[in-house]
Write a protein that binds this ligand. Structure first.
Ligand SMILES: [Zn+2]
Ligand SMILES: [Zn+2]
Length: 296
């Protein structure tokens, strides 16, 4: 049953990837973005696939599971008797309220900002831009999100259902789609407000902290929704492009470009480009060899 739910939620997720990509091409919020925009591969390979894979193991197997073994709170079955839909809704709303305040704190605290700036470093915000989150930010947020679900004895299906809703909603609010939701923007968060949250400018740095429900911003006085679109996105200072450098930068400031003076770092920074070039060369030469064989 659990595996079935995970398969279904994975299929839903992949379907939404296709839907958002299609809508971004058809109705772009900001026109002219290439599909493989700057940082696309870092977001897909490092943040979405590799980082998520390892952090899932760390958070569930090495943080939440030992907590469960030690305290055995799930045996109290505090929410177990509720219908699954109520459990999902309860954790959606409570976690969303937490994430609003933690996100707000990250923007207002110099140390916590270091765990959040990676998320704001994307200069062309699209469906996959939301995946760019610092390791520490993910560990804190996902532990606080999933530990109560398991420790309060929720139905095991709640975790994959909630994770799927998170992923789809995360893609939606970051998507480069020109959504006009009218009065719904007071309730459901979407690209109209979250694109502004990623804008480069001090007037929006302390606005639009909501993730799923926009009413937190309207209730707590941080909503910003002018009748225009932002011109620039990203940080107002220089930020590394490399995944590992982005994490080192949160601890020690440096200029990625000056590292190119050193042969080792120059080779490292060009490694991905050289591997891609080498792969393209291998494909080209093998296909031309096949053509020759066919002619002979
Ligand atoms: Zn933010
Ligand atoms: Zn965001």
């Amino acid at each position: 049953m659990q595996i079935q739910v995970e398969t279904i939620t994975f299929c839903i997720l992949i379907s939404f990837v296709g839907i958002f990509i299609f809508l971004e091409r058809k109705y772009p919020y900001t026109k002219g973005y290439p599909f493989f925009r700057d940082g696309f591969w870092i977001d897909l390979v490092w943040y979405t696939l590799i980082q998520s894979f390892f952090l899932k193991i760390l958070i569930f197997d090495y943080i939440i599971q030992p907590l469960e073994v030690k305290f055995n709170l799930s045996s109290l079955r505090l929410v177990s008797e509720w219908p699954i839909a109520w459990q999902v809704l309860f954790f959606l709303i409570t976690h969303d309220l937490y994430i609003y305040w933690f996100h707000r704190w990250q923007h207002n605290n110099k140390i916590l900002w270091r765990t959040h700036e990676a998320h704001h470093s994307v200069t062309q915000v699209d469906w996959i831009a939301g995946s760019r989150s610092h390791v520490v930010e993910i560990i804190i947020n996902q532990t606080i999100e999933f530990a109560p679900i398991i420790l309060l004895g929720a139905n095991p299906m709640v975790v994959p259902i909630k994770a799927c809703i998170d992923a789809v909603w995360g893609m939606y609010i970051h998507s480069n789609i020109d959504v006009k939701s009218g009065k719904w923007q007071y309730f459901i968060n979407g690209p109209e407000m979250h694109q502004w949250h990623h804008a480069k400018g001090r007037e929006v740095f302390y606005s639009n902290y909501s993730t799923k429900f926009a009413f937190w911003d309207w209730m707590f006085g941080s909503a910003y929704l002018p009748d225009k679109k932002p011109l620039d996105f990203g940080l107002y200072y220089k930020y590394p492009k490399d995944y590992f450098f982005q994490h080192i930068f949160s601890v020690k400031r440096f200029d990625e470009d000056t590292l190119r003076k050193y042969k080792f770092w120059a080779n490292y920074l060009d490694l991905r480009q050289n591997i891609l070039r080498w792969c393209a060369e291998v494909i080209r030469s093998s296909s031309s060899q096949k053509m020759k064989d066919r002619i002979l």
